[in-house]
Design a protein around this ligand. Structure first.
Ligand code: A3D
Length: 320
Protein backbone atom coordinates (compact mmCIF):
# COMPACT_ATOMS: atom_id res chain seq x y z
CA UNK A 1 0.00 0.00 0.00
CA UNK A 2 1.31 3.48 -0.86
CA UNK A 3 2.19 5.73 2.04
CA UNK A 4 -0.41 8.37 2.95
CA UNK A 5 0.26 11.88 1.62
CA UNK A 6 0.25 14.78 4.04
CA UNK A 7 0.09 18.32 2.66
CA UNK A 8 1.11 21.13 4.99
CA UNK A 9 -0.22 24.46 3.74
CA UNK A 10 2.08 27.01 5.37
CA UNK A 11 5.72 26.12 6.02
CA UNK A 12 6.43 28.59 8.83
CA UNK A 13 7.11 27.73 12.46
CA UNK A 14 4.19 25.33 12.90
CA UNK A 15 4.40 23.97 9.33
CA UNK A 16 8.07 23.03 9.71
CA UNK A 17 7.46 21.41 13.09
CA UNK A 18 4.51 19.47 11.67
CA UNK A 19 6.69 18.19 8.83
CA UNK A 20 9.40 17.04 11.22
CA UNK A 21 6.92 15.27 13.52
CA UNK A 22 5.08 13.62 10.62
CA UNK A 23 8.42 12.31 9.29
CA UNK A 24 9.73 11.05 12.62
CA UNK A 25 6.40 9.31 13.29
CA UNK A 26 6.35 7.94 9.71
CA UNK A 27 2.77 9.11 9.18
CA UNK A 28 3.33 9.44 5.45
CA UNK A 29 5.07 11.41 2.71
CA UNK A 30 5.03 15.15 3.33
CA UNK A 31 4.54 18.05 0.92
CA UNK A 32 5.24 21.48 2.39
CA UNK A 33 3.48 24.33 0.56
CA UNK A 34 4.19 28.03 1.08
CA UNK A 35 4.18 31.23 -0.98
CA UNK A 36 7.57 32.27 0.49
CA UNK A 37 10.24 31.55 -2.12
CA UNK A 38 12.50 28.64 -1.13
CA UNK A 39 11.09 28.23 2.39
CA UNK A 40 9.11 25.01 1.85
CA UNK A 41 11.87 23.49 -0.31
CA UNK A 42 14.56 24.41 2.22
CA UNK A 43 12.67 22.97 5.20
CA UNK A 44 11.76 19.81 3.28
CA UNK A 45 15.39 19.19 2.32
CA UNK A 46 16.66 19.93 5.83
CA UNK A 47 14.18 17.44 7.35
CA UNK A 48 14.90 14.82 4.67
CA UNK A 49 18.59 15.09 5.59
CA UNK A 50 17.71 14.17 9.19
CA UNK A 51 16.26 10.88 7.89
CA UNK A 52 19.46 8.81 7.84
CA UNK A 53 20.19 9.63 11.51
CA UNK A 54 16.60 9.26 12.65
CA UNK A 55 15.96 6.29 10.38
CA UNK A 56 12.55 7.21 9.00
CA UNK A 57 11.09 6.38 5.61
CA UNK A 58 9.09 9.37 4.43
CA UNK A 59 9.57 11.46 1.29
CA UNK A 60 9.78 15.21 1.92
CA UNK A 61 9.20 17.91 -0.69
CA UNK A 62 8.52 21.62 -0.82
CA UNK A 63 6.45 23.59 -3.32
CA UNK A 64 4.62 26.80 -4.14
CA UNK A 65 2.35 25.06 -6.65
CA UNK A 66 -0.99 23.69 -5.43
CA UNK A 67 -0.84 20.98 -8.13
CA UNK A 68 1.79 19.24 -5.96
CA UNK A 69 -0.69 18.58 -3.13
CA UNK A 70 -2.79 16.47 -5.52
CA UNK A 71 -4.48 13.53 -3.85
CA UNK A 72 -3.37 14.46 -0.32
CA UNK A 73 -5.03 12.37 2.41
CA UNK A 74 -4.54 15.04 5.06
CA UNK A 75 -4.06 18.82 4.73
CA UNK A 76 -2.98 20.83 7.75
CA UNK A 77 -3.38 24.56 7.27
CA UNK A 78 -1.16 27.09 9.05
CA UNK A 79 -0.90 29.62 6.21
CA UNK A 80 -1.31 33.23 7.26
CA UNK A 81 0.16 35.45 9.92
CA UNK A 82 0.71 34.78 13.62
CA UNK A 83 0.35 37.07 16.64
CA UNK A 84 3.00 39.43 17.91
CA UNK A 85 2.97 40.88 21.46
CA UNK A 86 -0.01 43.19 22.02
CA UNK A 87 -2.11 41.55 19.29
CA UNK A 88 -5.20 39.45 19.92
CA UNK A 89 -6.00 36.46 17.72
CA UNK A 90 -8.91 38.47 16.36
CA UNK A 91 -6.54 41.17 15.03
CA UNK A 92 -5.44 38.62 12.40
CA UNK A 93 -8.91 38.20 10.90
CA UNK A 94 -8.74 40.48 7.83
CA UNK A 95 -5.38 39.20 6.53
CA UNK A 96 -5.96 35.53 7.28
CA UNK A 97 -9.46 35.51 5.74
CA UNK A 98 -7.94 36.29 2.34
CA UNK A 99 -5.39 33.52 2.87
CA UNK A 100 -8.20 31.05 3.70
CA UNK A 101 -9.85 31.89 0.38
CA UNK A 102 -6.79 30.93 -1.67
CA UNK A 103 -6.08 27.87 0.49
CA UNK A 104 -9.70 26.69 0.35
CA UNK A 105 -9.75 26.98 -3.43
CA UNK A 106 -6.39 25.20 -3.73
CA UNK A 107 -7.54 22.28 -1.59
CA UNK A 108 -10.89 22.04 -3.41
CA UNK A 109 -9.12 21.87 -6.78
CA UNK A 110 -6.36 19.40 -5.87
CA UNK A 111 -7.17 17.49 -2.67
CA UNK A 112 -10.96 17.42 -2.32
CA UNK A 113 -10.92 14.06 -0.48
CA UNK A 114 -8.49 15.18 2.23
CA UNK A 115 -9.17 15.45 5.94
CA UNK A 116 -8.43 19.13 6.59
CA UNK A 117 -7.20 20.46 9.92
CA UNK A 118 -7.06 24.25 10.21
CA UNK A 119 -4.74 25.92 12.72
CA UNK A 120 -4.71 29.49 11.38
CA UNK A 121 -6.16 32.08 13.79
CA UNK A 122 -8.67 33.33 14.74
CA UNK A 123 -9.28 29.61 14.65
CA UNK A 124 -13.03 29.07 14.90
CA UNK A 125 -13.85 31.74 12.31
CA UNK A 126 -11.01 30.71 9.96
CA UNK A 127 -12.02 27.02 9.94
CA UNK A 128 -15.60 28.08 9.18
CA UNK A 129 -14.40 30.30 6.30
CA UNK A 130 -12.01 27.62 5.01
CA UNK A 131 -14.89 25.13 4.86
CA UNK A 132 -17.06 27.67 3.04
CA UNK A 133 -14.33 28.50 0.50
CA UNK A 134 -13.40 24.84 -0.09
CA UNK A 135 -16.93 23.41 -0.19
CA UNK A 136 -15.64 20.15 1.37
CA UNK A 137 -18.01 18.12 3.59
CA UNK A 138 -18.28 19.55 7.12
CA UNK A 139 -17.06 16.31 8.75
CA UNK A 140 -13.81 16.48 6.72
CA UNK A 141 -12.88 20.01 7.83
CA UNK A 142 -12.09 20.81 11.45
CA UNK A 143 -9.92 23.07 13.56
CA UNK A 144 -7.14 22.34 16.04
CA UNK A 145 -7.39 24.26 19.31
CA UNK A 146 -9.03 22.11 21.97
CA UNK A 147 -6.26 19.50 21.98
CA UNK A 148 -3.68 22.26 22.55
CA UNK A 149 -5.70 24.16 25.15
CA UNK A 150 -6.40 20.88 26.97
CA UNK A 151 -2.72 19.91 26.82
CA UNK A 152 -1.78 23.26 28.38
CA UNK A 153 -4.39 22.73 31.11
CA UNK A 154 -3.12 19.16 31.69
CA UNK A 155 0.50 20.33 31.89
CA UNK A 156 -0.30 22.95 34.53
CA UNK A 157 -2.39 20.43 36.50
CA UNK A 158 0.31 17.75 36.44
CA UNK A 159 2.82 20.30 37.76
CA UNK A 160 0.45 21.40 40.51
CA UNK A 161 -0.31 17.83 41.62
CA UNK A 162 3.15 16.38 41.05
CA UNK A 163 1.75 13.48 39.03
CA UNK A 164 2.45 12.09 35.58
CA UNK A 165 0.88 13.91 32.67
CA UNK A 166 -0.27 10.52 31.44
CA UNK A 167 -2.72 10.34 34.32
CA UNK A 168 -4.22 13.79 33.79
CA UNK A 169 -7.20 14.16 31.46
CA UNK A 170 -8.03 17.80 30.89
CA UNK A 171 -10.76 19.16 28.78
CA UNK A 172 -11.30 22.61 27.28
CA UNK A 173 -14.27 23.54 25.10
CA UNK A 174 -15.68 26.64 23.41
CA UNK A 175 -13.91 29.02 21.05
CA UNK A 176 -10.11 29.32 20.93
CA UNK A 177 -9.90 32.76 22.51
CA UNK A 178 -10.12 34.55 25.83
CA UNK A 179 -13.59 33.08 26.31
CA UNK A 180 -12.55 29.40 26.09
CA UNK A 181 -14.04 27.16 28.77
CA UNK A 182 -11.61 24.89 30.65
CA UNK A 183 -13.98 22.35 32.21
CA UNK A 184 -13.06 21.61 35.81
CA UNK A 185 -15.83 19.05 36.22
CA UNK A 186 -14.77 16.96 33.21
CA UNK A 187 -11.04 17.12 33.96
CA UNK A 188 -9.58 14.37 36.10
CA UNK A 189 -6.52 12.72 37.58
CA UNK A 190 -6.88 8.98 36.92
CA UNK A 191 -10.65 9.46 36.78
CA UNK A 192 -10.91 11.58 39.95
CA UNK A 193 -12.60 14.90 39.02
CA UNK A 194 -10.82 18.14 39.97
CA UNK A 195 -13.52 19.30 42.45
CA UNK A 196 -12.94 16.05 44.40
CA UNK A 197 -9.19 16.72 44.45
CA UNK A 198 -9.87 20.19 45.91
CA UNK A 199 -11.97 18.54 48.62
CA UNK A 200 -9.17 16.04 49.25
CA UNK A 201 -6.76 18.93 49.80
CA UNK A 202 -4.59 18.24 46.74
CA UNK A 203 -4.97 21.90 45.77
CA UNK A 204 -7.09 24.90 46.72
CA UNK A 205 -9.95 26.45 44.77
CA UNK A 206 -7.88 29.63 44.38
CA UNK A 207 -4.96 27.74 42.88
CA UNK A 208 -7.28 25.86 40.55
CA UNK A 209 -8.92 29.14 39.45
CA UNK A 210 -5.44 30.53 38.70
CA UNK A 211 -4.61 27.45 36.58
CA UNK A 212 -7.86 27.85 34.65
CA UNK A 213 -6.96 31.49 33.93
CA UNK A 214 -3.38 30.58 32.97
CA UNK A 215 -4.83 28.05 30.51
CA UNK A 216 -7.01 30.77 28.94
CA UNK A 217 -3.93 32.99 28.66
CA UNK A 218 -1.67 30.12 27.54
CA UNK A 219 -1.11 31.43 24.01
CA UNK A 220 -0.45 35.01 25.17
CA UNK A 221 2.06 33.77 27.78
CA UNK A 222 4.18 32.21 25.02
CA UNK A 223 3.77 35.21 22.66
CA UNK A 224 4.97 37.45 25.52
CA UNK A 225 8.07 35.30 26.03
CA UNK A 226 8.97 34.73 22.36
CA UNK A 227 8.22 38.33 21.29
CA UNK A 228 8.55 37.46 17.58
CA UNK A 229 5.67 35.04 17.04
CA UNK A 230 3.45 32.50 18.73
CA UNK A 231 3.72 28.93 20.03
CA UNK A 232 4.55 26.17 17.59
CA UNK A 233 5.86 22.98 19.21
CA UNK A 234 2.70 22.16 21.17
CA UNK A 235 0.31 23.38 18.44
CA UNK A 236 2.05 21.13 15.89
CA UNK A 237 2.02 18.13 18.25
CA UNK A 238 -1.70 18.63 18.86
CA UNK A 239 -2.55 18.70 15.15
CA UNK A 240 -0.41 15.62 14.52
CA UNK A 241 -2.45 13.80 17.21
CA UNK A 242 -5.61 14.62 15.23
CA UNK A 243 -4.06 13.65 11.86
CA UNK A 244 -2.88 10.34 13.29
CA UNK A 245 -6.36 9.62 14.69
CA UNK A 246 -7.74 10.05 11.16
CA UNK A 247 -5.02 8.16 9.27
CA UNK A 248 -5.08 5.20 11.69
CA UNK A 249 -8.85 5.24 12.29
CA UNK A 250 -8.17 5.47 16.03
CA UNK A 251 -11.62 6.81 17.00
CA UNK A 252 -9.88 9.18 19.44
CA UNK A 253 -12.10 11.34 21.62
CA UNK A 254 -10.55 14.77 21.13
CA UNK A 255 -11.83 18.29 21.62
CA UNK A 256 -11.68 20.12 18.33
CA UNK A 257 -13.41 22.92 16.44
CA UNK A 258 -16.13 20.96 14.69
CA UNK A 259 -19.19 21.98 12.71
CA UNK A 260 -22.19 21.83 15.03
CA UNK A 261 -25.65 21.20 13.68
CA UNK A 262 -27.60 21.53 16.91
CA UNK A 263 -25.12 19.75 19.22
CA UNK A 264 -24.56 21.54 22.55
CA UNK A 265 -27.24 23.98 21.35
CA UNK A 266 -25.01 25.34 18.54
CA UNK A 267 -26.22 25.43 14.95
CA UNK A 268 -24.41 26.21 11.71
CA UNK A 269 -21.00 27.12 13.04
CA UNK A 270 -17.66 25.78 14.24
CA UNK A 271 -16.71 25.79 17.91
CA UNK A 272 -14.63 23.63 20.24
CA UNK A 273 -16.55 20.50 21.29
CA UNK A 274 -15.62 16.93 22.17
CA UNK A 275 -15.50 14.80 19.02
CA UNK A 276 -14.64 11.30 17.84
CA UNK A 277 -12.00 11.35 15.08
CA UNK A 278 -11.49 8.30 12.90
CA UNK A 279 -11.34 7.33 9.24
CA UNK A 280 -14.62 9.19 8.63
CA UNK A 281 -13.10 12.47 9.80
CA UNK A 282 -15.11 14.03 12.60
CA UNK A 283 -17.35 11.01 13.03
CA UNK A 284 -19.33 12.18 16.01
CA UNK A 285 -19.78 15.11 18.35
CA UNK A 286 -20.13 14.07 21.97
CA UNK A 287 -23.24 16.00 22.94
CA UNK A 288 -22.42 16.49 26.64
CA UNK A 289 -24.79 18.20 29.03
CA UNK A 290 -23.30 21.28 30.62
CA UNK A 291 -24.31 22.65 34.02
CA UNK A 292 -25.65 26.20 34.32
CA UNK A 293 -22.29 27.86 34.90
CA UNK A 294 -20.53 25.91 32.12
CA UNK A 295 -23.39 26.63 29.71
CA UNK A 296 -23.13 30.37 30.43
CA UNK A 297 -19.38 30.31 29.73
CA UNK A 298 -19.88 28.22 26.60
CA UNK A 299 -22.67 30.51 25.30
CA UNK A 300 -20.46 33.54 25.87
CA UNK A 301 -17.69 31.85 23.88
CA UNK A 302 -20.09 30.86 21.07
CA UNK A 303 -21.28 34.47 20.85
CA UNK A 304 -17.67 35.69 20.52
CA UNK A 305 -17.14 33.26 17.60
CA UNK A 306 -20.45 34.38 16.03
CA UNK A 307 -19.18 37.97 16.11
CA UNK A 308 -16.03 36.93 14.22
CA UNK A 309 -18.03 35.01 11.60
CA UNK A 310 -20.22 38.08 11.08
CA UNK A 311 -17.06 40.14 10.63
CA UNK A 312 -15.88 37.65 7.95
CA UNK A 313 -19.22 38.03 6.16
CA UNK A 314 -18.78 41.80 6.30
CA UNK A 315 -15.34 41.59 4.70
CA UNK A 316 -16.12 39.00 1.99
CA UNK A 317 -19.64 39.22 0.57
CA UNK A 318 -19.39 35.72 -0.97
CA UNK A 319 -19.62 34.36 2.61
CA UNK A 320 -22.80 36.22 3.54
P1 A3D B 1 4.44 31.60 10.65
O1 A3D B 1 5.72 31.03 11.14
O2 A3D B 1 4.37 33.05 10.34
O3 A3D B 1 4.02 30.76 9.34
C1 A3D B 1 2.96 31.12 8.52
C2 A3D B 1 3.37 30.81 7.10
O4 A3D B 1 2.24 31.03 6.25
C3 A3D B 1 4.51 31.68 6.56
O5 A3D B 1 5.60 30.87 6.19
C4 A3D B 1 3.90 32.41 5.36
O6 A3D B 1 4.80 32.58 4.29
C5 A3D B 1 2.77 31.46 5.00
N1 A3D B 1 1.72 32.07 4.19
C6 A3D B 1 1.21 33.33 4.26
N2 A3D B 1 0.25 33.50 3.33
C7 A3D B 1 0.15 32.32 2.66
C8 A3D B 1 -0.65 31.86 1.60
N3 A3D B 1 -1.55 32.67 1.03
N4 A3D B 1 -0.50 30.60 1.17
C9 A3D B 1 0.42 29.78 1.74
N5 A3D B 1 1.22 30.16 2.76
C10 A3D B 1 1.09 31.41 3.20
O7 A3D B 1 3.24 31.30 11.67
P2 A3D B 1 3.06 30.02 12.61
O8 A3D B 1 3.38 28.80 11.83
O9 A3D B 1 3.69 30.27 13.91
O10 A3D B 1 1.46 30.11 12.86
C11 A3D B 1 0.55 29.88 11.80
C12 A3D B 1 -0.87 30.23 12.21
O11 A3D B 1 -1.27 29.38 13.29
C13 A3D B 1 -1.08 31.67 12.72
O12 A3D B 1 -2.28 32.19 12.21
C14 A3D B 1 -1.17 31.50 14.22
O13 A3D B 1 -1.92 32.53 14.83
C15 A3D B 1 -1.88 30.18 14.29
N6 A3D B 1 -1.78 29.47 15.58
C16 A3D B 1 -2.89 28.82 16.01
C17 A3D B 1 -2.86 28.11 17.19
C18 A3D B 1 -4.09 27.39 17.66
O14 A3D B 1 -4.07 26.76 18.69
C19 A3D B 1 -5.30 27.46 16.87
C20 A3D B 1 -1.68 28.06 17.96
C21 A3D B 1 -0.56 28.73 17.49
C22 A3D B 1 -0.62 29.44 16.29
Amino acid sequence: MARPKIALIGAGNIGGTLAHLAAVKELGDVVLFDIADGLPQGKALDIAESGPSEGFDAAMSGTSDYADIAGADVCIVTAGVARKPGMSRDDLLGINLKVMKSVGEGIAAHAPDAFVICITNPLDAMVWALREFSGLPHNKVCGMAGVLDSARFAHFLSEEFGVSMRDVTAFVLGGHGDTMVPSVRYSTVAGIPLPDLVEMGWTTQDKLDAIVQRTRDGGAEIVGLLKTGSAYYAPATSAIEMAEAYLKDQKRVLPCAAYCDGELGVKGMYVGVPTVIGAGGVERIVDIKLNKEEQAGFDNSVNAVKGLIDACKGIDSSLA
